[in-house]
Design a protein around this ligand. Structure first.
Ligand code: GRF
Length: 203
């Protein structure tokens, strides 16, 4: 697997992927990390690990990856020889151009038990809704928002004294385990599809 990671923020999931590659738990080559924010900490984490890291201008849009920005992203992914893309806090909706360039080869991690609480600030949505458990989901990316076939999920309890911050931190602990494991299952070719169901992941 020649893996590219796309992110917009602090990159803690990227760090879990870097650590898993270093420790041999993920047999992938991390070929590049690309961000739509020039000052995103995810780029610094990549550079510190010796992975090529670039800002990709995704203008003129702010919340989607479409048009010239999408073309630039595809060009950089091809330049680095990526054959699989992991979104890790990439704050744009992916559009059909990128999906066609990497069919069934783009995954994402989302901080809730999908299909509950898609979209932004999912941990906050779960807390304010009042559910007693939430979690994280690794899923294939399709043309919807957080709607693709589910690969892996981890459950996280919600406590009475949780704040959005404490809950997000507890979810992220699970994300950092779930994402590298799901990627390794894909890298080993262990997963198969039956309709929407993704089979073959042993937790
Ligand atoms: C994570 O909570 C992930 O589920 C969501 O964005 C956040 C990214 O965090 N998609 P980080 O940048 O990996 O720390």
């Amino acid at each position: 697997m020649k893996l590219a990671v796309l992110g917009s923020g602090k990159g803690s999931n990227l760090q879990s992927i870097l650590d898993a590659v270093r420790d041999g738990r993920l047999t992938a080559e991390l070929v590049c990390v690309l961000s739509d924010h020039a000052d995103a900490y995810i780029l610094e984490r990549a550079r510190a690990a010796g992975v090529p890291a670039e800002f990709v201008d995704c203008a003129p849009f702010k919340t989607k990856l479409e048009g010239p920005g999408e073309q630039r992203m595809i060009e950089r992914l091809r330049h680095y020889g990526a054959d699989f893309v992991a979104l890790a806090g990439f704050m744009r909706i992916v559009k059909p151009g990128l999906l066609r360039a990497f069919p069934d080869r783009i995954v994402n991690i989302h901080p809730s038990l999908l299909p509950a609480f898609p979209g932004l600030h999912a941990w906050q949505q779960a807390l304010f809704y009042g559910v007693r458990h939430t979690g994280c989901t690794v899923h294939y990316v399709d043309a919807g928002t957080d709607t693709g076939p589910i690969i892996a999920q981890r459950v996280v309890p919600i406590f009475d004294d949780d704040t959005p911050e404490t809950l997000h931190a507890r979810i992220q602990e699970q994300e950092h385990q779930a994402y590298p494991r799901a990627l390794q299952a894909i890298a080993e070719g262990r997963l198969r599809r039956s309709g929407r169901r993704v089979l073959g992941l042993r937790e």
